[in-house]
Design a protein around this ligand. Sequence first.
Ligand SMILES: O=C(O)[C@H]1O[C@H](OP(=O)(O)OP(=O)(O)OC[C@H]2O[C@@H](n3ccc(=O)[nH]c3=O)[C@H](O)[C@@H]2O)[C@H](O)[C@@H](O)[C@@H]1O
Length: 432
Amino acid sequence: MKSSHLDNIPSTPGKFKMEKPIYNHRFRWHYSYLAKLTFWSFLFLALIFIFFFKSPSPSSDLSRRSLKTRSWGGPAWEKRVKSSAKIRTKSGFSVLVTGAAGFVGTHVSAALKRRGDGVLGLDNFNDYYDPTLKRARQALLEKSGIFIVEGDINDAVLLKKLFEVVHFTHVMHLAAQAGVRYAMQNPKSYIHSNVAGFVNLLEICKDANPQPAIVWASSSSVYGLNTKVPFSEKDRTDQPASLYAATKKAGEEIAHTYNHIYGLSLTGLRFFTVYGPWGRPDMAYFFFTKDILKGKSIPVFESVNHGTVARDFTYIDDVVKGCLGALDTAEKSTGSGGKKKGAAQLRVFNLGNTSPVAVSDLVSILEKLLKVKAKRRVMKLPRNGDVPFTHANISFAQREFGYKPTTDLQTGMKKFVRWYVSYYGSGKKNDH
Ligand SMILES: O=C(O)[C@H]1O[C@H](OP(=O)(O)OP(=O)(O)OC[C@H]2O[C@@H](n3ccc(=O)[nH]c3=O)[C@H](O)[C@@H]2O)[C@H](O)[C@@H](O)[C@@H]1O
């Protein structure tokens, strides 16, 4: 080994060579006493540390779990939350919109903000469909001053914090696991979001002081195998055809319970196949457009004996008006801090278009707008949760808040296609 100037510096152990003790007996006793004292003091401190930080208190345990993974909190974050939720008009609302980066959530958030309400979004940005579309919607909302907190409705600690920072007057609950057919592939996700998540949200709302009024998204699918048309809110909804429908129906029953026990004001909205710009890529009109442009064949369902499959397709702007009408007529919750003080409002409304269109006609409309002939693959309606038709009776919503859809499928699809082409381009090779 090569010698260097480092070889001349004595090593530390050489300073206190054990074979040449420089201390006497008394000194050795003191030394061992000090060592023992240090050891026991250290042990004592360690025990205190373990006691405080590992105690099994459920709430502290919950908050620590959340702290470990959380991407929220802190003064700057709270400031953003408050500013986004700030009411800008005299009689405005402060609304928490769950699922704000979703299709309906984005449109409703923007409409509320436009009229001066305070809006705070919440979304978990899951990948059920392309999350970049959700991020693009988020960017759009951010431009109008709406902050979307990234989190799940199952996160009780986060929700609690949001209600601490803002006294929401209303919750527009649109976060859900959507899609009828996907329920056979991933049943648990429906329970997680539509049942457990909803209950978690209601638990926080009932404890809040003041309790907010809640408007939430149910679905036309709750009518299931109902054959009486048009579908009225009074019709039976005990024959769901998919797990998705069953979880939405469960939501309606859960809403009843929270209204009954805690005095929460709850309004469920049964949406009928909502479509439009910034829509959901998992829905038929959306992926039909994409596949027609690419020259790919599209599966067009028909019912028994070549019967038509039809939907009461409802344009997004009409649905948004319905959502705002429901919010504006929602009465206050009557309870506070988990205690009911009196009977509270409980409502369910159909938000449809009242004019069902056959899926084959939807394809014809798209062909004309896209100027491309579709390659139709006509096939029997699979047994995966789909129902043959939907048709809304909207007289209740009309009576309560003047709901009146004004966009027919032709007009609405034109607007959708215009958006689609501007967002994705009409390039047939474009994949997303
Ligand atoms: O209104 C509702 O309650 C529901 O509307 C839609 O569900 P759905 O009406 O089944 O909408 P799509 O999946 O877009 O289907 C539209 C129509 O196209 C048909 N379809 C679907 C897929 C396909 O490959 N081929 C086809 O012909 C369906 O049978 C249906 O009649 C939404 O996906 C649900 O989240 C929502 O709750």
